[in-house]
Design a protein around this ligand. Structure first.
Ligand SMILES: N[C@@H](CCC(=O)N[C@@H](CS)C(=O)NCC(=O)O)C(=O)O
Length: 411
């Protein structure tokens, strides 16, 4: 059966032996690591007949399928007439994105356009970084392969259209959780993977020691960001003025700032540290003491696809909980065989049915953690004090260490 057809129809077996059999009815079917619910039907294809599995989801209506296929889907009263949902009291049990991702066997993950520590292409051509690790963990949980990801670079301006239009399944791009992005743009932040705040970087030679001394400064600022809005608030409330130099990407900001097109570069403090780390002479630039905003950065999905939101949310929580519970990429296999801690057993699929409740298999979190390590390992590898970026954990410490990282329980 062709891959294109797999996009909407999940083949179970050739039907030659079962032509006259009636397979109608609702089934659960494991497709790779995901449990999908749907009906069995018989479809003619390429001159033969196949048993096909039709996922029970309104999402079929959104797809580009031939009239022939639509007719056959419509013939299945169980799913399309709503009988199935009414009977079981379930509404659209498998959203749409989970099935899309499984059908195409690839996660489309929106990241930044290239930004040290968070999302960048290494010398071997592979995407790396703190945000990239979220994409890989989700792909490992859902598809069993941390490399089954297409990374789609987005800018401050293009990221929301990319998510709303369905071009990407998840946005993992240092994006601040705000009221309007959640409520007005109709997205769903699944959690916070970095608690940040907006800062300022200036050349040492400017001789400035506080952001309040920046009256009249030219400021490099990325469009479509919270940075732009916070900057206006800060200058207005301090009764000082600035001249914005609008830019689209971090690479452009870096270039303009180093060329002296602006006196100041302002963005998330993590972004400033990451940018400065790539300078030839990082010591020639200082970060001013003011942090002028709250920037809780986190992955987001489309509003209204709760099943998919749950998958991404609990994958992130699995990475955070794994650190709290002492589960690492090195010991996760051994701990999955059984531990004295019941929560570890539930997390790693040794007890309970949390994977199944997500529509995944019991080893989903094990694979997510094995992909790049727990939250602490991911932080240390990409941003931590041993890296050129050199960020301290600070607010991003576990709550048990006085930080804000606090995953809800796995039970
Ligand atoms: N957190 C802010 C700012 C995010 C942002 O765009 N930051 C810049 C500078 S750190 C960035 O990620 N640039 C990456 C790129 O240009 O691809 C937001 O969500 O609006």
């Amino acid at each position: 059966m062709k891959k294109a057809l797999l996009y909407i129809l999940f083949a179970i077996a050739p039907i030659s032996a079962a032509k006259s059999q009636d397979y109608s009815g609702v089934y659960k079917f494991r497709y790779d690591y995901v449990m999908v619910e749907g009906t069995i039907d018989v479809v003619e294809y390429d001159g033969g007949k196949d048993i096909v599995f039709l996922p029970c989801s309104q999402v079929l209506e959104k797809r580009q399928v031939s009239d022939d296929q639509i007719q056959k889907v419509n013939n299945k009263k169980d799913c399309k007439s709503g009988g199935h949902e009414q009977q079981r009291g379930i509404q659209d049990p498998f959203g749409g994105t989970l099935i899309d991702v499984v059908g195409r066997q690839r996660l489309n993950c929106g990241v930044s356009s290239g930004f040290a520590g968070f999302a960048y292409v290494d010398s071997g051509g592979d995407w790396q970084g703190f945000d990239v690790s979220v994409c890989r963990a989700v792909a490992a949980a859902v598809l069993g392969d941390p490399d089954a990801v297409e990374f789609i670079p987005t800018t401050g301006k293009t990221r929301f259209t990319a998510l709303a239009s369905g071009e990407i399944d998840v946005l993992a791009r240092n994006t601040t959780w705000t009221f309007s992005r959640d409520v007005d743009l109709k997205f769903e932040f699944v959690g916070v993977n970095y608690y940040d705040g907006q800062g300022f970087m200036v050349p040492k030679a400017l001789g400035v020691s506080s952001a309040k001394e920046l009256d009249g400064a030219t400021v490099c600022i990325q469009t479509g960001t919270t940075t732009e809005l916070n900057l206006a608030d800060f200058f207005r409330s301090n009764n000082i003025s600035y001249e914005p130099v609008p830019i689209e990407t971090n690479a452009e900001a870096q270039q303009q700032y180093l060329a002296g097109a602006c006196d100041v570069y302002t963005t998330d403090a993590s972004g400033l540290a990451a940018t400065r780390a790539t300078f030839e002479y990082p010591g020639d630039h200082v970060l001013l003491p003011e942090i002028i905003s709250k920037e809780p950065l986190g992955p987001m999905v489309r509003h209204g696809d709760d099943e998919w939101g749950d998958v991404v949310r609990w994958t992130l929580n699995a990475l955070i909980s794994a650190e709290e519970l002492g589960v690492t990429s090195a010991n996760v296999e051994a701990m999955a065989a059984g531990s004295d801690n019941p929560e570890v057993n539930r997390l790693l699929g040794n007890e309970g049915d949390l994977g199944e409740l997500l529509g995944l298999d019991p080893n989903w979190a094990l694979r997510a953690i094995a992909a790049g390590g727990n939250y602490g390992e991911i932080f240390a590898k990409n941003l931590g004090s041993e890296t050129p970026i050199g960020l301290a954990r600070g607010l991003n410490s576990q709550w048990t260490d006085g930080g804000l990282l606090y995953s809800p329980p796995f039970r």
